[in-house]
Each structure stands twice: as structure tokens, then as C-alpha cells.
Ligand binder design. Structure first.
Ligand code: PMP
Length: 461
């Protein structure tokens, strides 16, 4: 077989891809018909494909490339660490400097009393850790019946059996026997789609109090924890009304329930602070992190755990861990990524400069006839598409039809934007410049125009 490199024609690469590579969250047969776009390189916020097109990546990969593509320092950190100590574990009374240094750094950056780190290879694995950790915590405290974890419909917490069960994606639950027992879901605080005649504030309280009612229904003595993303990401960048989170925090404290903030997307500057919990004034007992921790340059996730939880877990043998927990190369790359985020003041820039600039431009997209609302926190935002803004009406077609049509126009206009149902979402690299923000907005407007024309032509409006 001839070597498979960037030099092969696109069609040949696509045919090989279709023949041997199963893509996540994809209908293989459909993709094989049209061929996957082959990404060959990237710099800053721009991707390059095998046809030489330059594409603005307004999703930072999968919400993860916070410092942008092409930073040599991270490649150097990986190479250095691979030469010195490419692998060792921390299971059997050993440790290594990259894990020590990264844990100390994360304890410094994380708010409050979150000072202890358990490593994983991904966000999914870290949430599996959390599920077992909170249950073990209560068992060790003499309350083994406190086992149920409450989550939210439409939440995303990962794709493994445990984390996929924690998540509230019904399409995922429909495959492979999810959810596992002991996980319950309450409704999400999505005012646009589900708020009816209530004001956002009334609706936020109503949704928070569903948690209280669920705890009371199950019995406080059976509930271990509540898990939630500070801003729901894969569910469509759903920003809760202001009344929601203070009420949720009150309920967790009064009912003696641990709170797990899933910061896999919100962490490391995405919301304009180091963690979404700081932006939204949350006090988690455990934070799930991944993605921006290494800006996606290495697969790594973790749970950052409070002093109180770590102390209890520390008194038993926690029979849990992954071969790649605290992988030295991933830790070294994450440390270098954090150094860059800090020294280049990237998080401050998102909060004070480029974030507000993006907000102003992004919110102006509500002038487009098909955009009902624009929600944005730091550098994660979403647009609700609608044929009737004042009624917050959905389209007559199945949810996602119009979103997909619009996303296809974005793709054709060299802009990576995702759709979740009929919400269009962005999460660009945090290093995006104002000029690049202008390009993003121009391409988004053009794609909305073309999307709207296609929707009308298809008779869906
Ligand atoms: N939690 C959240 C909030 C996520 O957005 C994701 C991934 N999109 C995960 C967990 C799972 O992370 P991973 O894909 O690294 O397993």
C-alpha cells in the first residue's frame, strides 16, 4: 500500500476514511456519500483543508483549543517530557514532577477550597470518577444509601456508560442501555424554548425548585449529588436566568447534597474567568475539567475536589484509576498551556476586551430576521433561530432541520459553527482577534441570509 499522506487527492483520502474510520455522532452511510472534509493543518483560529481552503474555526475544535492552534511551546513541552519520562503511573506509591506541578497549579487557580486533583484521560472519564467518588464519599461517611445523582435533561457530561447516563441526551439514552440505575434528571433552565408565559426570572426559580421537589421525592437521605454545567454547552449554550443558580446553591446546601460543576467547557477562560463557577458565583464540591486544560493538545481531564471531600475519600482505598491518569506528557503540556493562558493574560482579555467586543457584535445578530435571541457568556454563545421572534415560535419542520441547513451554509462559507436543534452556537479560540471576530460575524450573517433563503425555498417558513 502506498503511504497515506496529505499529498493524496482529497477524494482518495475521503474514500479511505469512509472505508475504515467510524466517526463519532455520525451516520456513516450519509457521510460516506458526500465525503468528510479533510483538515490538514491549523494556525491561530484558522483551519486549512486538503483543498487549500482557510476555515474560521468558531468552535475551537470541540470547545477546547482555547489558546489557538499551532503553539510550538506545547509541542516542545511534549517532546521534552517524552524524552525525559514518556510514561509512568501514580497508582502504587509513586509520583512524578509533571503531576505534582500541575496539581499544585490547579489548586492555586481553582476557587475556594478546591485543592485536590484526580486525573483522567477525558471529561467523560472524569465524570465517571465523580459518580463513583460522591457515592464513595457518602458511604465512607456512614450514609451508604445516599447514592442517587441528579442531573438535567439535555445536559452533556460525556459518552461513557456512566457519564452518558449522567447526561440528559435522550438520543444517547436510547442506545446501549442507558441510563444506568441511580441517576435522575430534572428539566433544564431553557427559557427561550420552555419558558412559556413566565418571565425569565419566574422560570429560573421554577426550574431550580424542580431540583428541590426531585430531592424531596427521592428522599434527601438517598441523594448524593447534583451535577450541572455552569452554562450548558452541547445542549445549545443555554444560559440560565439570573434567578436560577442562587436558588440551586441554596437547595444543595440546605439539603446536604454535593454539587459537581462540570467545567469541561466553561473552564480555563471560556466564560471570562478561569472557571464558569466564578462567573456565576457557584461553590462546587467537585469540578470536572478537560478540554481547555490542555487546549486540546493532549487528551487529559480531571476532577478538582474540595478539602472536605478529599479528606473523606483519603481515608479509604478509592478503587479507581486509569492507565493514563496523570499522564506525564499530558500534564507537562497542560502546564505549558496554563502558563501561556496566564502570562499572555488571555483570560483577562476575554473578560475585558475581546469578550465584550464579541458580545456587542454577536448580540447585533438579533437584527437578522431569523434570529430570535442571542445569548453569550465570555466566548460561548448561541442564536435561537425562529420564524416568529415575538412568539418565540419553532419552525414547522422537525427541530434541527433549519439549524442544519444554516450550518451547511456556514460550512460552505468557511465558518465552523455548530447547530443544536435550531440554535446556532459558537465557542471560538480565546485568542481570536477583533478583526477575526469581524470576519466571524460577517460570515455568520451571510450564512444566516443564505440559510433563510434555503428555508423559504423549501417552504419551511
Ligand atoms: N462534560 C461536558 C460539559 C462536555 O462538554 C464534554 C464534551 N463535550 C464532556 C463532559 C465529555 O468530555 P470528553 O469528550 O473529553 O470525554
Amino acid at each position: 500500500m502506498q503511504p497515506i499522506t496529505n499529498h493524496l487527492p482529497t477524494a482518495e483520502l475521503q474514500a479511505l476514511d469512509a472505508a475504515h474510520h467510524i466517526h463519532p455522532f455520525t451516520t456513516q452511510s450519509e457521510l460516506a456519500g458526500k465525503g468528510a472534509r479533510v483538515i490538514t493543518g491549523a494556525r491561530g483560529v484558522m483551519l486549512r483543508d486538503s483543498e487549500g481552503q482557510e476555515i474560521l474555526d468558531a468552535m475551537a475544535g470541540l470547545w477546547c483549543v482555547n489558546i489557538g492552534y499551532g503553539r510550538d511551546e506545547l509541542a516542545e513541552a511534549a517532546a521534552r517530557q517524552m524524552r525525559e519520562l514518556p510514561y509512568y503511573n501514580t497508582f502504587f506509591q509513586t509520583t512524578h514532577v509533571p503531576a505534582i506541578a500541575l496539581s499544585a497549579k490547579l489548586a492555586e487557580l481553582a476557587p475556594g477550597n478546591l485543592n485536590h486533583v484526580f486525573y483522567a484521560g477525558s471529561g467523560s472519564e472524569a465524570n465517571d470518577t465523580n459518580l463513583r467518588m460522591v457515592r464513595t464519599y457518602w458511604a465512607e461517611r456512614g450514609k451508604p444509601e445516599k447514592q442517587v445523582v441528579i442531573s438535567r435533561w439535555n445536559a452533556y457530561h460525556g459518552s461513557s456508560v456512566g457519564s452518558g447516563s449522567l447526561g440528559g441526551m435522550k438520543g444517547m439514552h436510547a442506545q446501549g442501555g442507558l441510563p444506568i440505575p441511580g441517576i435522575e434528571h430534572v428539566d433544564q433552565p431553557n427559557w427561550w424554548a420552555e419558558g412559556g408565559d413566565m418571565s425569565p426570572e419566574e422560570f429560573g426559580l421554577e426550574r431550580a425548585r424542580q431540583l428541590e421537589a426531585k430531592i424531596d421525592e427521592i428522599g434527601e437521605d438517598r441523594v448524593a449529588a447534583f451535577i450541572a454545567e455552569p452554562v450548558q454547552g452541547a445542549g445549545g449554550v443555554i444560559v440560565a436566568p439570573d434567578s436560577y443558580w442562587p436558588e440551586v446553591m441554596r437547595i444543595c446546601r440546605e439539603r446536604d447534597i454535593l454539587f459537581i460543576a462540570d467545567e469541561v467547557i466553561c473552564g480555563f477562560g471560556r466564560t471570562g474567568e478561569w472557571f464558569g463557577s466564578q462567573t456565576l458565583d457557584l461553590t462546587p464540591d467537585i469540578m470536572t475539567i478537560a478540554k481547555g486544560l490542555s487546549s486540546g493538545y493532549q487528551p487529559i481531564g480531571a476532577s478538582i475536589v474540595s478539602d472536605a471531600v478529599a479528606e473523606v475519600i483519603g481515608n479509604c482505598e478509592f478503587n479507581h484509576g486509569y492507565t493514563y491518569s496523570g499522564h506525564p506528557v499530558a500534564c507537562a503540556v497542560a502546564l505549558e498551556n496554563l502558563r501561556i493562558l496566564e502570562e499572555e493574560k488571555i483570560v483577562d482579555r476575554v473578560r475585558e476586551d475581546t469578550g465584550p467586543y464579541l458580545r456587542q457584535k454577536f448580540e447585533a445578530l438579533t437584527d437578522h430576521p431569523m434570529v430570535g435571541e442571542a445569548k453569550i457568556v465570555g466566548m460561548m454563545g448561541s442564536l435561537a433561530l425562529t420564524p416568529d421572534k415575538s412568539a418565540r415560535a419553532p419552525f414547522a419542520a422537525d427541530a434541527g432541520t433549519v439549524g442544519f441547513m444554516t450550518r451547511e451554509r456556514c460550512f460552505a462559507n468557511n465558518l465552523i459553527m455548530r447547530h443544536v436543534g435550531d440554535r446556532m452556537i459558537i465557542s471560538p479560540p480565546l485568542v481570536i482577534s477583533k478583526t477575526e471576530i469581524d470576519t466571524l460575524i460577517d460570515r455568520a450573517w451571510r450564512s444566516l441570509d443564505e440559510g433563510m433563503a434555503a428555508v423559504k425555498e423549501a417552504g419551511l417558513w
